[in-house]
Design a protein around this ligand. Structure first.
Ligand code: G1P
Length: 276
């Protein structure tokens, strides 16, 4: 029912310099697969086959990755190495990719608004590729969220509880329970200090958004750090209508940080060794 998924991928990845000096952070590998491919495979598993990527300068290797490399294919054709490209081929065969560039970095809300031209008037998923999500029992987090969307038809944010000293890194919600693991959002704040945070329930990089979010974003003023924040637009949606928060089942790795990146690498390496 949700056909498209937006990937804001224009950011500089400064936390991973120098690795990200000339390489997009979305192309950093966890074992042998770039971060963004995990996200695209998650979207694909949730039935979202229209992949819309908001890129920026220096991000062309993302486009090349989700394309055929004739020279390479020719070179490895008929060898055992073909198996290494199986997952990527499946993605390319199943999904369609569209791109637009965010010319100036004015925040996540601005990146999402830049993607409107690729999404149009329909609900869509959003994946922040540096949050790598490993859905419990192989049930991808976006697929879990799509099922909730089918029932409630409103914007949904994925959340997890974080220690108080970490709330300043996230959008944080105030909410009341609706059903198991699902909350009705009444307020949200972008990156509050611990003492101002309404809870310890932090938004992670998975969203389902209804298309009216674009109009809301257009009338949202710059917020935290002078940037257009998706958190502020979602707060308006929550006040004027309904926004849900979903405590997803699974494990999320913040691969934008060295600690999360190494934890994800260890976990996926174990799985790689088991041949899964
Ligand atoms: C963004 C959002 C924030 C959210 C976070 C999840 O922040 O602005 O609300 O909690 O992603 O990863 P960023 O990490 O891009 O600074």
């Amino acid at each position: 029912m949700i056909r498209k998924c937006l990937f804001p991928a224009a950011g500089y990845g400064t936390r991973f310099l120098p690795a990200t000096k000339s390489m997009p952070k979305e192309m950093l590998p966890i074992v042998n697969k770039p971060l963004i491919q995990y996200g695209v495979e998650e979207a694909m598993a949730a039935g979202m086959h229209g992949i819309a990527i908001v890129t920026g300068r220096g991000k062309r290797s993302i486009e090349d990755h989700f394309d055929i490399s004739y020279e390479l294919e020719h070179q490895i054709s008929g060898t055992s190495k073909e198996a290494f490209l199986e997952d990527t081929r499946r993605v390319i065969d199943t999904c369609t990719f569209s791109y637009t560039r965010q010319v100036e970095m004015k925040g996540l809300g601005h990146a999402i608004l830049t993607g409107e031209t690729l999404i149009g008037p329909e609900p869509f998923g959003v994946v922040l590729a540096d949050d790598l999500c490993d859905g419990e029992g192989g049930d991808p987090v976006l697929a879990q969220m799509a099922r909730i969307y089918a029932k409630y038809r409103c914007s949904i944010v994925a959340i997890e509880e974080v220690p108080a000293e970490e709330v300043h890194k996230y959008g944080v919600i105030e909410a009341s329970p609706l059903e198991e693991d699902i909350f009705m959002v009444s307020d949200m704040v972008e990156k509050p200090e611990a003492e101002d945070a309404p809870s310890n329930m932090a938004i992670i990089g998975r969203y389902i958004l209804t298309p009216d979010i674009f109009d809301v974003l257009r009338r949202t003023p710059a917020g935290k750090n002078g940037e257009l924040q998706i958190t502020d637009a979602l707060k308006t949606q929550a006040k004027e209508g309904m926004v849900l928060a979903y405590k997803f089942k699974g494990q999320r790795y913040d691969c934008g940080s060295v600690d999360g990146f190494v934890a994800a690498t260890n976990r996926f390496y174990e799985r790689y060794k088991q041949g899964a």
